[in-house]
Design a protein around this ligand. Structure first.
Ligand code: BES
Ligand code: MN
Ligand code: MN
Length: 457
């Protein structure tokens, strides 16, 4: 693959990395209001960088939430148009004590770059910008195809503003396909395209008992406890074999095709290795009769993320809290409708409220599952490019995670997504010590350059 753009990327690789580190130092945590200015700062930093590399019509688009960043370069007449998508917001870094180096002070160790957002998604989003810069530099200020860039700052909190933008201003994002680098390789050195994501319904259940917190000695035995109420409710959401007990929950579930299941069976997957090195629990759980890949990619599930309320400090406090909250989410698969699922769930949870406790069920955000067909020229060109760069045939996988906007690209913009991600299964997304394997950062840039050159032929 002798390409002048790849040569340029090689020669500038250490600067690329230094720039990424600068971006990673901005704690753009979208869910914490005290970081709103940091999220904005990351957006303006990216807009400046897009201008610098040669993109046009660069704009930080203010919204009711965090801003979007837009740019384009549309002078490759007769060539396809790519919509490059990425998100510059990150998840909170806690628990801080578990990090070997501070989350917003990026450092290299053993060929990896450690920082919150290193791989999800600042590092991967930045590969797009560096591929574009290399192409501009190597081709006299021109790109081989037309490109629009849209970056969002609230993917990690549901992506409401970009969804609104796509619905209302979709014509500004007109393209033939979207390129999304926010997923993982199935295994190290194995070029991977992700063609399916689960949907998500994220909720809170608030339980209220007494009118105020009470002394648990004086009132214990007479006053209802909202945590125990939540425990009773949660215990009736899922049985011990992993089956969700909400009536009607599985009605719309569409199973993967026999061909897809067959392809998954030939992926290099060792369940015991996965249990030990990725999960690290004494056993795996979930529905019997389904493989781990089916359970995480093609079956819905339900999880509890936290139960704020009451006393959680060190030591003991004898209190019956007046209220307690459980954060509960459900991952959805095709063809489950998030609105319908939320209604069924809400109705069921309300019916489980024990005497003396009132419950309120709130929707935080939701998004549909998506499966993308592989028989389009963009996925085909991507597999050719990956073969050139990685020397191997691409595997097609689904992922259990969610990127809500990919469904909107497909359904509203009628644009298929090429999900070409370069994370590794042990990159610790959303967890302490998130990292990006640097070889994958550089190879990702080469892959995107080659992909665009392939499409420009
Ligand atoms: N990049 C992830 C999703 C992902 C990770 C897809 C790995 C495939 C492989 C994304 O940033 C993410 O974490 N999304 C959230 C969804 C959101 C609505 C909170 C998720 O899946 O929890
Ligand atoms: Mn992401
Ligand atoms: Mn994420």
């Amino acid at each position: 693959m002798p390409s002048a753009a790849i040569d340029y990327a090689r020669q500038n690789s250490s600067r690329f990395l230094d720039e990424l580190k600068t971006l990673l130092r901005i704690p753009s945590i979208s869910t914490l209001p005290e970081h709103n200015a940091d999220v904005f700062g990351a957006a303006t930093w990216l807009a400046e960088e897009l201008k610098r590399i040669g993109m046009e019509n660069v704009e930080v688009i203010k919204t009711a939430g965090h801003p979007l960043v837009y740019a384009d370069w549309l002078h490759a007449a007769g060539k396809p148009t790519c919509l490059c998508y990425g998100h510059y917001d990150v998840q909170p870094p806690d628990p801080l004590g578990e990090w070997k180096s501070p989350p917003f002070e990026p450092v290299e160790r053993d060929g990896n770059l450690y920082a919150r957002g290193a791989v999800d998604d600042k590092g991967q989003m930045y590969m797009h910008l560096k591929a574009l810069e290399s192409l501009f530099q190597a081709n006299g200020g021109k790109l081989p195809i037309n490109v629009r860039v849209i970056l969002e700052g609230e993917e990690e909190v549901g992506g409401e503003q970009i969804a609104k933008f796509v619905r209302e201003k979709g014509d500004r994002l007109k393209a033939n396909f979207a390129l999304v680098s926010d997923t993982e390789l199935f295994a190290p050195e194995l070029p991977t395209l992700c063609v399916g994501l689960r949907g998500l319904v994220y909720t809170e259940i608030e339980a209220r008992g007494a009118m105020t917190d009470l002394h648990s000695g004086i009132y214990g035995g007479a006053a209802p406890n909202p945590f125990i109420a939540l425990a009773e409710i949660i215990a009736q959401l899922k049985d011990s074999s992993g089956r969700i007990l909400i009536p009607g929950f599985y009605d719309a579930v569409k199973a993967p095709s026999e061909a897809e299941l067959k392809a998954w069976r030939s992926l290099p997957f060792d369940e015991e290795h996965y249990r030990q090195t990725e999960v690290g629990s004494s056993r795996l759980t979930g529905e019997p009769g389904f493989s781990v890949l089916e359970r995480t990619w093609a079956r819905p599930t339900l999880d509890v993320h936290g139960m704020p309320g009451g006393f959680t400090g060190a030591g003991a406090k004898t209190v019956i809290p007046a209220k307690a909250v459980a954060k509960v989410s459900m991952r959805l698969v095709p063809d489950m409708d998030p609105t319908k699922i939320f209604e069924q769930y809400k109705h069921y949870v309300e019916s489980l409220a024990p005497a003396g406790v009132s419950v309120e069920v709130r929707l935080i955000h939701s998004g549909e599952a998506i499966v993308i067909g592989t028989d389009n020229p963009y996925i085909q060109a991507a597999t050719r490019a990956l073969k050139q760069v990685w020397g191997k045939d691409t595997v097609f996988i689904r992922s259990g995670g969610s990127i809500p906007i990919v469904g909107d690209f497909e359904r509203h913009l009628k644009v298929p997504s090429v999900m070409m991600g370069f994370g590794l299964p042990d990159d610790n997304l959303h967890a302490p010590n998130e990292k990006f394997h640097l070889a994958n950062f550089y190879r990702g840039i080469d892959s995107i350059i080659t992909f665009f050159e392939e499409l420009g032929k």
